[in-house]
Design a binder for this molecule. Sequence first.
Ligand code: NOJ
Ligand code: CA
Length: 701
Amino acid sequence: MKKTILVILFVLISVISKSQELKSPNNSFTLRFELKKTVPTYKLDLGKKIIIKSSKLGFDLVNDESLLDGFEVEKVDRSTFDETWQPVLGEEKEIRNYYNEMAITLSQASTGRVMLIRFRLFNDGLGFRYEFPEQKNLSYFVIKEEHTEFAMNGDHKAFWIPGDYGTQEYNYNTSKLSEIRAIQAKESFVNISQKMFSPTGVQTALMMKTDDGYYINIHEAALLEYSTMSLDFDDKKMVFVSHLTPDAQGNKGYMQAPRSTPWRTVIASKNAGEILMSRITLNLNDSCSYDDVSWIKPVKYIGVWWEMITGKSTWSYTDDLNGIQLGSTDYSKVNPSPRHGATNEHVKDYIDFAAENGFDAVLVEGWNEGWEDWYGKSKDYVFDFVTAYPDFDVKALNAYAESKGVKLMMHHETSGSVRNYERHLDAAYQFMVDNGYNSLKSGYVGRILPRGERHYGQWMVNHYLYAVKKAAEYKILINAHEAVRPTGLCRTYPNLIGNESARGTEFEAMGGNTVDHTTILPFTRLIGGPMDYTPGIFEMDITKLNPDNHSHVQSTLARQLALYVTMYSPLQMAADVIENYKRFPDAFQFIKDVALDWDATKVLEAEPGDYITYARKEKGSEKWFIGSTNDENERISKIYFDFLNPKQKYIATIYYDKKDAHYIDNPQAYEIRKFKVTSKSKLKQFVAAGGGYAISIIPAK
Ligand code: NOJ
Ligand code: CA
């Protein structure tokens, strides 16, 4: 009798249940994996609220049986992980990486192939990825499409930009999920698109809010050797399905086991600030891969840049050339344009100004041969990244900068010609080292060469990281523009100090950004990592720099200061021209003072699309900085200073919109006021339409 019971028990245990549950460490989230018939699915709840309804997982392969069904659960491994780590540069000194994990090994009887799905459930959300262990029947394979679903439990409000393989530089749309199709049909996104994949496709990080006030964010982490994921919305079923960026042949990913996909992330909370405070994206990346990080430092910079973006000056040396070929043009024999920006004299003015005001670096664009042929026929080899124009003396200018304690920042515009860039990369980095540069802004404007590759495809994803890792060998910091959206890789490769990968301040000189843009970006683009937003524009009327450019910066001056706190980045530019800073030296003081690297971060107020107020404590000091950014509706911000040290008294300096300030009519109406604060203080602050405020808080002596 006893024996029979034992045998029955054994049989029961050895048949692994098709349904497995995982709880977050604090029990708030529940993840349920289930094989429905033979199809893997998952479902995510936060308390009693369904965040993701039952959603399928799997792949279609090229010339291979799919990995969509026919599965059995072979093994379930569970574990808990808890560590605290220190980012090299970051929003806080320490980050806790705490989760419960469940790894489900699935076997496909008909093919003998094995696929594993690893779930990590944190107190703020979920990460999961597919893994393909080394095995006989699955070694090389090509992904036709990943079919990861995110089934929505309602017609949420969403903050989205259209699915596009080549640019992220869009204003955000705020709409119901069910309205995505109609909005995409109406807007002529095609004007800036390189390829729209679907009438309902959107990019991640996708931010949403449910009718009952839950915030949900979907993105990916650790995008490595894989194509970027966008989401295609099935608006009948209300289900998002992953859509990977194809290569020139339409394939989505070349794999060789053992391999895993990036993590798919779902962050959720009833509190919008907790979405901003989530560190899931960083936590799902590997720890720092460099032993020596002493050379990785924050950078505050100015640059010969805004004048080109506004059209006041040019990147090109001459107006006379068209269709030049690199190496075959003797620039010393052509007429220089009076509008060329990167001249020795002009750059020296910038170096002087940087030195006087404590900046680390001066970016200079348009310093090298080739800009005349940007869209010309020799595009395959426009730039070699080492040949300066005749009026830019690399050695002399670097020596001058060094004598003033400032660095020049290198600029490499690849013009999308990536094979050309890779051919020149070693020489280009060596040139930087030889001449005293330690930071680089790179850029990928235009269609990618070789033809057919996309900015977010696997081939380019590999390239961006190749450029970052190689730069580390030369101790160079990278700030890549037009590169793939970040997915937390700066944890592993902290010399990836910045990225653009979204619509930055440059568009304020190209028609303008929507007024609420900076209240959305921290919930979307910045979920993946720091952004080189290039704030600090003090003159909103662009005709003052270029009478032909009628753009108007959609912000008050006070808000431009706030962005140094709200748009996290250890690399920050003061983007305006020197003359404009000289006109407002009292406001400029905040840009000089504000820190770039932090011990602690607090979200004081947040509502995507409406406003965000952050407080951050400077790394290794007792100083705090506050920034608040607002949409087009004026408001009263109410904040408490209870994050301050209760034993300390402080002096606060606030830079704020005057009552009659307005981003269109009266953007430069700001005031500055000093007052005492303690941890018991509170503040009610008026914020103008398109406005904001910034506060620096220093301990009183
Ligand atoms: C686009 C970048 O975002 C911008 O900052 C840069 O000046 C231009 N490309 C030229 O490289
Ligand atoms: Ca750009």
